[in-house]
Each structure stands twice: as C-alpha cells, then as structure tokens.
Design a protein around this ligand. Structure first.
Ligand SMILES: Nc1ncnc2c1ncn2[C@@H]1O[C@H](COP(=O)(O)OP(=O)(O)OP(=O)(O)O)[C@@H](O)[C@H]1O
Length: 472
C-alpha cells in the first residue's frame, strides 16, 4: 500500500505558510477558526464557521491556499471551501455528529506528545509533537548551499563534545531548516536513547506557554523544557514581539546553557537581523554558532528531485524515473523554494502515477500549467522595483530608501502590492527586499493599495499597466 500523507499534515504545513504570509491578525481572525473536514464520499472541505469567513477566505486567500495545498499534497486531492451551514446541509445532519473532523489549526497543539518517534528506542526522549518521519538525514540532499549546516547538524546529533551553544540554523523559507531540525532530533534520539530530546516549533512554544499560564501550570512547562538534554526550537523568529514568551524563552535558554545542555534554533534570517526579537535574546542567538543555508543551486535542485522521485516511487510501489528534460524544466522553473519544487514533482507523480517516467516535457508542462501562472515568466522583486520606479519617474534606490514623502512612499507601496500579487514571496521576504522593512509595513502597504485602487482610477490603471508589462 502506498503511504498516504494525512490531510491534516498537508493543512498544518499550509497553515504555517499562511500564518506567516497573511500575518497573525488576519490568520487569527479568519483562518484559525476554519477546520478541515471530510464530507460525503471522503471529499475534503475547509469549513468556516460563517459565510462571512468563507467569503473573506475566498477573496483573500483561496488562490494561495489552493497553491499551498497542491504543493504539499502528494496525493493531489481536491480541497473545497464551504461555510458550516453549507457543509452540514450537504453532508446531512449526521455530519456534525460524525467523527469527520480532521483537524483545525487551533487543535494542532498537543503539549506533550511522545508518540512521534520512528522505530528506534525512545528512552527519555520526548518530542513535543510535530516531528515528521520523512525528515531525516537520509532524505536530506547535501550540496554547497547547505553542507556547513548539514555538518553542524550531524555533529549536534552525534552528541559530540565541544559543542557550540546555541546552534542557529537560518535560511529563507522552504530551504530545509525544519527538515534538518527534525533530522537532528531523530538521530540524537537514536544515538542516545537515554537522553531527553525536545523538539518544538516556536509557535507551539508560544501556544503551550500561553496555555500553561492560563492553567497556572508554568512550573510543569518549565520543568519539561529545562530537563531536556537537547532542545530544538524551530522558526524562533515567530516569538518576535511577544514579550512574555520571549522572556520565557530567554530564561529557558540560559538555564539550559548554564547546565551544559544543548540548544538549537532555526530562524528565517541571521539572528542579528531579527530586530523584532528582544536585544538580550538576539545577542544570545548571535553569540552561538550561526549557520546559513543558501538557496539551492541547480545541481542541488536536480539532486533533490531525483531523491524525492525515488522516495515517491517507493511509497507508491513502483520504480519512478522521469525524463532528464522534465527534471531540468522543474529545476529551472521552481527556484523560489525547495517546497515549491517538491510540490511540482508531487503534482506530476500524483497525476501521472506510474506513467511519470514516460511524460514528455509538453505533457509535464500541461499538467503544471496552473502552478506556473506565477512562474511562467518568473517575476522577481528586482523586476518589480525597476518597472515601478521607471513608471513613476524614480530611481530604484528610492523605493528601498527611508524617504517617506508621498511621491516615493506611494510607488513603494504599489511595488510591494505588485510583489505580493505577482510573486510567491512571503511578506517578511518582501519587506527584506525593500530596505529591510518589517512584514507589517508590507501588509499595511498591500491593504492601503487595495483600498486606494478601489477609488482611484488612475492608480488602478497604473497598477494594471505595470502588472501587464511585468507578466510580459
Ligand atoms: N536539501 C534538501 N534535501 C531534501 N529535501 C529538502 C532539502 N531542502 C529542503 N527540502 C524539502 O523542502 C521542503 C521544505 O523544507 P523545510 O520545511 O525544511 O523548509 P524550511 O526552511 O523549514 O521552511 P519554512 O521557513 O517555511 O518553515 C521539505 O519537504 C523538505 O524535505
């Protein structure tokens, strides 16, 4: 039997990208209440509590959800969107009582679960949920972009003496941080089953901590973490701006380090650039061993494709290969993150099945056409800045500068809006490319332009002309 990816895993992955891209406020207001459910005949439906929420999601996030879903679901299942009333009307009254709920993002947190380990003995190891079995060193492909981070991760997992503390692994989204963090946890548990390994995302650190505060159970929470021989916290930038969580994290870090325990963090930037994190915590992170993972080069992308193809084939029970020109096409077109690259390959295998090895380049392109809309002509933020500055008679440097006069600020906001529409970059990523601005600034720009273009016909025309020019 091929191994199926549970729908909740796909949704969890999509949620973590959506949370980052939409921002905490929108995600919390609209998506955190939506739940993935199974309707009639096993159809998967994202169910919102109200019709208003459904409409908001359809207008503002549905296209992106569909993309993320396709990228993360190897089975290529269809996902529908309905309000609860619609869902129950169609599925019949039994649906509300049936155990059809797969998962809602608010229910994901499972403060102390110990059921995630693969076959190797667990001993005192504890994973606070969320470890994925497929993320091991064996499935990680090494190349110049990640070899240093990989070597450090192997060293941490072997419990070698003379370790650096903390270790910080950073990369832009989708280039393998979580994969390496998981691989370290699995291997550390395997090599020293009597030691305690704790892995959790910063998001889960936050939600578990908040819940512990509400339940007056912070002592148990602290003990659970401070007892770890190896603590791994993924996506630590997420605690930025959350004062008490940062403080708790800082105390956890110092307590563990004083005791000679090992701590590893992953972040989306070098620690010195995470300005939304408290200076004290930031300086502790910067003082550790900081290793970056660079975007994968073409050879690494090809290597990853071959490895994934082999794994997918084994999961589905056939020897999967693909024509070199198909793999090269994927490696050249899906360069924004390994996640997208993998999503494209998943789509081909899900659609063609055993016939994937016979797919011609034309057929592969036809299958991937919906995914290529943004990538057809790969538009970069640099292209957008050049076109926008030219259109408004400015210099590209003006868009990146600190200058705030309206004649510059408005085109800058327009360029940010275009970056959100025409690329798959996240808000933090866009912010970074506009002179290191915060993701909230980008979000504000995107909303402001949405508002303005509804009443300002000239601006709407400018944006349309720019988008047309950029799309080519
Ligand atoms: N070098 C690699 N070898 C094999 N697979 C990889 C590699 N790099 C990334 N991947 C795959 O790409 C996908 C995205 O990687 P991962 O989730 O680790 O990224 P990330 O950097 O943690 O992203 P984010 O910042 O969005 O959390 C995963 O399925 C992972 O297995």
């Amino acid at each position: 039997m091929p191994e199926l990816t549970p729908a909740d895993t796909v949704w969890t992955k999509a949620c973590s990208a959506l949370r980052r891209e939409l921002g905490e406020a929108d995600f919390g207001s609209w998506l955190s209440q939506a739940a993935l459910r199974e309707g009639a005949a096993g159809a998967l439906v994202l169910v919102t509590p109200t019709g208003v929420a459904r409409d908001w999601i359809r207008r503002n996030a549905w296209r992106r959800i569909a993309e993320l879903w396709a990228q993360n679901d190897p089975q290529g299942r269809h996902l529908d969107l309905k309000s609860r009333m619609e869902f129950e009307a169609e599925a019949g009254p039994a649906s509300s009582a049936s155990p059809a709920v797969v998962v809602s993002p608010l229910e994901i947190a499972d403060p102390v679960s110990t059921d995630a380990a693969p076959a190797a003995g667990r001993g005192r190891s504890a994973a606070l949920g969320g470890l994925q079995e497929r993320f091991t060193f064996d499935t990680f492909v090494v190349g110049p972009a990640n070899e240093f981070a990989y070597a450090v991760a192997k060293r941490v997992a072997s419990w070698a003496d003379g370790h650096f503390n903390p270790v910080v692994i950073h990369s832009s989204y989708g280039f393998g941080k979580t994969h390496l963090m998981n691989a370290m946890a699995w291997e550390a548990m395997r090599t020293q089953p009597t030691r305690k390994v704790v892995y959790l995302s910063a998001e889960r650190f936050l939600s578990t901590f908040v819940r512990a505060v509400m339940d007056r159970a912070t002592t148990a929470f602290k003990e659970e973490l401070r007892d770890a021989d190896l603590l791994l916290i993924d996506d630590v930038h997420f605690v930025g701006g959350k004062q008490s969580t940062q403080e708790e994290l800082f105390h956890t870090l110092t307590a563990l380090m004083e005791d000679g325990r090992r701590v590893v963090f992953s972040t989306d930037r070098p620690p010195s650039a995470i300005t939304e994190i408290d200076a004290r915590l930031r300086s502790h992170l910067s003082a550790g061993l900081v290793c970056g993972i660079e975007p994968a080069d073409r050879d690494l992308r090809l290597g990853i494709l071959e490895k994934k193809l082999d794994t997918l084939g084994r999961q589905q029970g056939f020897a999967a290969t693909a024509r070199p020109e198909v793999l090269q096409f994927l490696a050249d077109r899906f360069t924004d993150s390994v996640r997208e690259l993998e999503g494209a390959l998943n789509t081909l295998v899900a659609r063609a099945g055993v016939g994937v090895s016979r797919l011609s380049l034309d057929e592969a392109q036809a299958i991937l056409r919906p995914h290529l809309r943004g990538a057809e002509k790969r538009i970069t933020i640099d292209d957008i800045q050049k076109a926008t500055s030219e259109h408004f008679g400015l210099k590209q440097a003006d868009l990146i500068s600190e200058r705030r006069n309206r004649s510059i600020a408005r085109p800058r906001q327009a360029a940010m809006w275009l970056a959100k529409q025409l690329t798959t970059r996240s808000l933090p990523d866009i912010g970074r490319r506009f002179g290191g601005r915060d993701h909230t600034t980008v979000l504000h720009a995107v909303r402001r332009i949405e508002e303005l273009k509804a009443g300002d016909a000239q601006l709407a025309r400018d944006l349309e002309a720019l988008a047309r020019k950029l799309r080519g």
